[in-house]
Design a protein around this ligand. Structure first.
Ligand code: GLY
Length: 424
């Protein structure tokens, strides 16, 4: 089989390595990819939003399966374009990816079908939103309706902060039309857990749980980022929580989407918060998480290509999803200054230390080849160093040891990824 992956981050590198394990696969392409993905796939210089060019490429090369990593092409309708051309693709159609593309849609869906989530109101008028905030209790969360690079949910501790958040999103249009509407939501407290699920439109099967660390600095301080590291499984996602979510969240979400005429095929990423009054949904995404994928896929026993095909063909009920009884920790090596201003173009050394070492992975995110063919930094999040261990403590020690193998100027990381494990 020939497989095309669309995306260029650590998530797509992890997907590419997992696909490469499949005996069914002879050739992998990735558009546009990065310097790490280039070691396992042929990278193609086509942008993730160039749907027609990507479909032309898939047709010319006789691609048997296309897998989308990123949110933007899914929300933009890449699956529809491929399917109209008779090309096989893994992911939800545009009318279904809206579960991530519109917070108003997803909150209204949960309300309509009784799926546990925080109380909320939606607004398409900034003055009405601000008036509502005058009598709200704080903290409160103001969320842009549409995609916002993971930065569209603002936790506000006072009326002034919330009013400014509404102005930034709705009037200053920090994220363009994504701020045409906002959701104002109750602030929930508890442990956050990410659960990625395979879906075939009817059946939904969960992968191992993971816990992300979104803030830039140790102790969950600093600005929100795309994720500074994570671990899997999380001890807070107990058997009881899993049973509750299977009964009241995952299958009800699948069924709700089906009833709305939007059969969900692809990955449903459920962002949960374990509140004192039970698990609630913080958000849905219609794709693999980044960096959740980097700790979940290395633990998966199945041939992922078989699972992708089962989802597309509506045969997921016949798949026995299995994960190793071990643990994984991923520490992001970032460019100092991320998520704000940072420099790039620095040479990365030590990458070959990972060669031949079972249980250690160096997933590339912001990397590229320079003119001399050397791998250099090319983004805020540069590498995701992942290690397996018999348990989370061992995986954590292994991952932090491996972060020392790699060097580049301005290397920055958090030192407390998975620290909650020790406190559990
Ligand atoms: N790690 C969070 C996300 O992928 O959206």
């Amino acid at each position: 089989m020939k497989v095309l992956i669309v995306g260029s981050g650590g998530r797509e590198h992890a997907i590419a390595l997992k696909i490469a394990e499949s005996p069914k696969v002879d050739k992998i392409y990735c558009a546009p990819g990065n310097a790490g993905i280039a070691q396992v796939a042929e990278c193609v210089l086509i942008g993730a939003m160039e749907f027609e060019k990507l479909a032309d490429f898939a047709q010319e090369k006789g691609i048997d399966l296309t897998v989308i990593g990123m949110d933007e092409p899914l929300v933009g309708g890449i699956v529809d374009v491929f399917q109209e051309r008779g090309l096989r693709i893994f992911g939800p159609r545009k009318d279904t990816a809206i579960i991530e593309g519109s917070k108003v849609f997803s909150k209204d869906l949960m309300k309509k079908y009784g799926i546990p989530t925080g109380a909320y109101e939606t607004f398409s008028d900034a003055d009405a939103a601000i008036k509502y905030l005058e009598t709200s209790t704080y903290p409160i969360v103001v969320k842009a309706d549409g995609l916002a690079l993971g930065k569209g949910a603002l936790i506000c501790n006072s009326f002034e902060e919330a009013r400014d958040a509404v102005r930034t999103l709705m009037l200053d249009k920090q994220f363009g039309s994504s701020g045409d509407r906002v959701v104002i939501e109750e602030f929930l407290t508890g442990r956050e857990v990410s659960v990625l699920c395979f879906c075939d439109g009817t059946t939904i099967k969960t992968m191992a749980s993971a816990q992300d660390h979104k803030r830039a600095k140790d102790g969950d301080q600093g600005l929100n980022t795309g994720g500074m590291g994570n671990f899997s499984p999380t001890p807070f996602y107990t058997k009881e929580v899993d049973e509750f979510c299977k009964k009241y969240v995952y299958q009800p979400t699948m069924d709700a989407m089906k009833k709305e005429g939007r059969d969900f095929k692809g990955i449903l990423f459920v962002g949960l918060i374990l509140t004192p009054s039970g698990p609630k949904v913080l958000e849905y995404n219609a794709r693999f998480g980044d960096p959740e994928t980097q700790v979940v896929l290395p633990r998966m026993k199945n041939d992922i290509v078989e699972v992708f095909e089962a989802c597309i063909d509506g045969k997921l009920d016949a798949v026995d999803l299995q994960f190793e009884d071990n643990a994984a920790v991923c520490v992001i090596l970032a460019s100092d200054g991320y998520p704000e201003k940072y420099e790039k173009g620095f040479a990365i050394t030590g990458l070959d230390a990972f060669d031949g070492k079972d249980g250690y992975f160096c997933f590339h995110a912001g990397t590229k080849f320079d003119e001399a063919g050397k791998i250099v930094t090319n983004g805020g999040r540069v590498l995701g160093v992942t290690a397996l261990g018999r348990d989370l403590k061992e995986a954590r020690a292994n991952a932090y040891r491996a972060t020392e193998w790699v060097s580049f100027e301005n290397k920055y990381m958090r030192h407390d990824i998975g620290k909650a494990i020790d406190e559990a």
